[in-house]
Design a protein around this ligand. Sequence first.
Ligand code: ZN
Length: 109
Amino acid sequence: MPDRIPRLGDVIDDYCPRCRLLLNHDVSSLYGGDVAKVTCRTCHDTHDYRHAQVPAKRKGKKDDKQTLLEQVLASMPKPPEPPPPPPADLKKKRDLWADVERIKGQKKD
Ligand SMILES: [Zn+2]
C-alpha cells in the first residue's frame, strides 16, 4: 500500500468520539504532513485524528449492558400464563367417554 500524502478535505476513516463509531471524516488540519485534526462527516465534530483506532472497550461494559437489559426485562410485566382448562372441558371429555362406553354397550346388545 503506497503512502498517500493526506490533504485537507480528504475523506478518511477515523473514530469519532462523539458518535463512538468508526466513520468517514474530512481532514481539517494537517501537521508535518500528517493528519492532525479531522471533522466527522456524521456529526461535524472536529477532533484530533485518532489514526482510525477504536479505543479499547472498558471491561465490564458489556456486563453492565446485560444487567441493564435484565433490569428492563425484570421490570416488564410477565406474559399472562395460559389459563387452566375449564372444568367444563373435563366434564365434556368424561361425557364423551361415557358416550363411547354407552355405544359399546349398545353394540354388545
Ligand atoms: Zn461523529
